[in-house]
Design a protein around this ligand. Sequence first.
Ligand code: AMP
Length: 212
Amino acid sequence: MSLHLVLIGPPGSGKGTQAVRLARRYSIPHISTGDILRQAVRDETPLGRQVAAIMASGALVGDDLISSLVEERLARRDAAQGFLLDGFPRTEAQAQVLDGLRRHLLVVHISASDDEIVRRLGSRRICKSCGLTQSVPENDLYSEDCPYCGGSLIRREDDEPETVRKRLTTYAALAGPLIALYSSRPGYIAVDGLEAPDKVTAAIFAALDARR
Ligand code: AMP
């Protein structure tokens, strides 16, 4: 049976890390709307030019734009046997669009406290060239090079403390209804993102394996 997986959690909850592991284990494409948009910004495509300022400010791009982007992505052949959505849906309107596209969603909700998120995002860096995300030691102000491609590691513009606060406020306002919707369904799985990443992974694998 194909696996229609959705990951929900605040920025910095470890969604990206878990998404990579889940996609590998279940051999499904990892579809991160944030990664797709950041790539478009790096490539300076028309989409990238349209969303660059919105993303830098920490605000969300429009529901219609992101929903049609996801619809197109899910129509690609590699998503026919399942997919993992990371960063979508983020609003009730997006959740409705997704309900219209695919049934039998399994929704993994990773929670984390604001304090921990602010701490984690302070040490998050992204490679300017390949877009890979990594963590540097706390208070490490100099940038090392990317261990994979040698590009420079920089802080994401939207990981600046002021912008993080804005993103958390947005998340808090929008995630409540989304979680209320999904938690009333049988495919809902809640995990504690404050645990060590390997423990979180094990909890998600166990819950998913039990439901398939
Ligand atoms: P992320 O990497 O998931 O934190 O996303 C980075 C940024 O991309 C967000 O702050 C938004 O500006 C934009 N974005 C990504 N996914 C969505 C979405 N589902 N709805 C609206 N904006 C999004």
